[in-house]
Design a protein around this ligand. Structure first.
Ligand code: NAD
Length: 251
């Protein structure tokens, strides 16, 4: 496939590689993305799920929890693309993995927890917006299965929200800062499965290219950054990344 030898050369020659992932790396684990050809936003209006609406309308909260029930990401397993990232980690040339994903699959695959920078939070937890207590997501989903439509905080009855960043909500600043520092420090950023249109997350690759790093992109569909990339490979992340890492290992 076009681009694989070039990507393998980049991954072999660079010494400070930063991986940047989006929902597309997890679709082969059965978690739908939002903006891809089969994405959730083909049938659901994203404007319905802003933080403002979530706070104001119980009906938005009910629909949001229902969507959460249907995504199934708590049982999902890493796929070959996540495992290829772990292979890359084991070469000792990767300085971290910045992810927009909220599924925890990089850590489940074997990237150390403190090397994964989750820009959009993590769906394994729910947080109370009043007292800030956190609760494991399986406990909250069990309450919904038991008949509760809009679960509230068991401690203070405040509004409970998945601990993922909603539209209109600020990104976790410490994590964003770490991601930017690593982007400014890397010599290659490889983007896997992201449209690169969600800001501020999509600024992260610009910090890398502005500091002189090369950019490689593996995505099913075009991105606005393709013209700035040294390598662009269009296709499925699992298939492509397995082949790329096989070539890296061969040399
Ligand atoms: P996104 O903009 O990063 O889009 C996903 C991209 O992946 C699309 O361009 C699509 O063409 C591509 N893609 C889909 N399947 C692919 C595959 N098998 N191989 C390679 N590329 C593939 O992200 P989004 O879908 O618009 O989601 C928006 C935000 O919502 C994310 O940043 C994240 O915070 C959250 N989200 C997370 C998950 C998750 O954690 N798995 C899933 C959906 C949405």
């Amino acid at each position: 496939m076009e681009g694989i030898p070039e990507a393998a050369t980049q991954l072999r020659e660079r010494r400070r590689i930063l991986v940047f992932t989006g929902a597309g790396i997890s679709t082969e684990s059965g978690i739908p993305d939002f903006r891809g050809p089969q994405g959730v936003w083909q049938t659901v209006d994203p404007d319905e799920f802003t933080l403002d609406r979530y706070l104001r309308y119980p009906e938005t909260r009910r629909r949001s929890w229902q969507m959460r029930m249907n995504t199934g990401s708590l049982d999902a397993e890493p796929n070959p693309a996540h495992r290829a990232v772990v292979d890359l980690w084991r070469t000792g040339r990767m300085i971290g993995c910045v992810t927009q994903n909220i599924d925890g699959l990089h850590q489940k695959a074997g990237v150390p927890e403190d090397k994964v920078f989750e820009l959009h939070g993590n769906m394994q937890w729910a947080v109370c917006l009043s007292c800030r207590s956190r609760f494991p997501m399986p406990e909250v989903l069990q309450r919904i299965r038991d008949g509760v439509e809009v679960p509230d905080c068991p401690d203070c009855e405040g509004i409970l929200k998945p601990d993922a960043v909603f539209f209109g909500e600020a990104l976790p600043q410490k994590t964003l800062g770490e991601a930017i520092r690593r982007a400014q420090n890397c010599d290659l950023m490889i983007v896997i499965g992201s449209t690169l249109v969600i800001y501020p997350a999509a600024y992260v690759p610009t910090y890398a290219t502005d500091a002189g790093a090369k950019l490689a992109i593996v995505n099913l569909t075009p991105t606005p950054f393709d013209q700035h990339a040294a390598v662009v490979i269009r296709g499925k992340a699992g298939e492509i990344m397995s082949k790329v890492m096989a070539e890296v290992r061969l040399s």
